[in-house]
Design a protein around this ligand. Structure first.
Ligand SMILES: [Zn+2]
Length: 207
C-alpha cells in the first residue's frame, strides 16, 4: 500500500489511533470481568487492531457489491451506499470478534445495531465531511465498550456469587454465618453454597 504523507496521517489519525485506544480499553474490561486465558484478549486485539487494515478489502468488496446490485451494466455505483455497506461490514466483523470473546448477545446486538444505525445515517446524509468518519467510529466504540462494561459487570458478580464470595468486594464468605460481609459490610444471602448473593438469588429464581 502506498500513501502520500497526508493520506498516511489521516489513516493513522482516523483509524489506527482510535483502534489502538479501543483495544487498550476493551482488553482490561475483558480481564476485569474475571475471564482468564489468552483467547479473548487475542481475538479482541486481532479484530480491533485489524480494523484499519481490513477496512480496505471491505470497502473494495462493498463497492463491487453495490455496483453489482445498483448497476448490473457496470455503470458506477453509489458512493454513499458503498460507504454505508463498508461501515456495516466493518462493525459486524469487529462485533463478531468481540462476541466470540465475550459470548454476550448484548454486545453483539449493540455492535450490529450501532453499525446499522451509522450505515443508515450515511445513506440519509449521503454527503458528509470526511472527518465525520472519526465521529462515527467513536460513537460505535463508545456503544460497544458500554455494552462490554455492562457484560463484564454481570460476569464479575456471577463469578463471585458462584464461588461463594461477597459480590461487592470479592471477600471469601465460605463457612461464615455473619449476616454482613466482614470485609465491606454488604448484606449476605444467608443460604450457603453457590447462588449466594443478590445476583445468585436472582439467577435461582429465573431457573
Ligand atoms: Zn464484601
Amino acid at each position: 500500500m502506498l500513501f502520500s504523507v497526508d493520506e498516511l496521517s489521516i489513516w493513522l489519525l482516523y483509524f489506527v489511533l482510535p483502534a489502538a485506544i479501543f483495544v487498550a480499553i476493551a482488553i482490561p474490561l475483558f480481564r476485569w470481568s474475571g475471564r482468564r486465558g489468552w483467547f479473548g484478549p487475542l481475538i479482541i486485539a486481532s479484530v480491533g487492531i485489524g480494523f484499519p487494515f481490513y477496512i480496505y478489502p471491505v470497502a473494495w468488496s462493498s463497492q463491487l457489491i453495490v455496483e453489482w446490485i445498483m448497476n448490473p451494466q457496470g455503470i458506477l455505483g453509489g458512493l454513499a451506499q458503498m460507504i454505508a455497506l463498508s461501515i456495516f461490514l466493518c462493525g459486524a466483523i469487529t462485533g463478531a470478534g468481540v462476541y466470540a470473546a465475550t459470548m454476550s448477545r448484548l454486545v453483539l446486538a449493540v455492535a450490529l445495531g450501532a453499525s446499522s444505525a451509522l450505515g443508515g445515517v450515511v445513506l440519509i446524509i449521503a454527503d458528509f465531511p470526511e472527518w465525520s468518519l472519526i465521529a462515527f467510529y467513536i460513537f460505535w466504540q463508545i456503544s460497544v465498550l458500554t455494552a462490554m462494561w455492562w457484560w463484564a459487570k454481570g460476569e464479575r458478580i456471577r463469578r463471585r456469587a458462584d464461588s461463594g464470595a461477597c459480590i461487592k468486594c470479592g471477600y471469601d464468605l465460605t463457612g461464615l454465618r455473619s449476616p454482613v460481609c466482614p470485609e465491606c459490610g454488604d448484606p449476605v444471602d444467608p443460604r450457603p453454597g453457590p447462588g449466594r448473593g443478590a445476583f445468585g438469588r436472582h439467577a435461582k429464581e429465573m431457573s
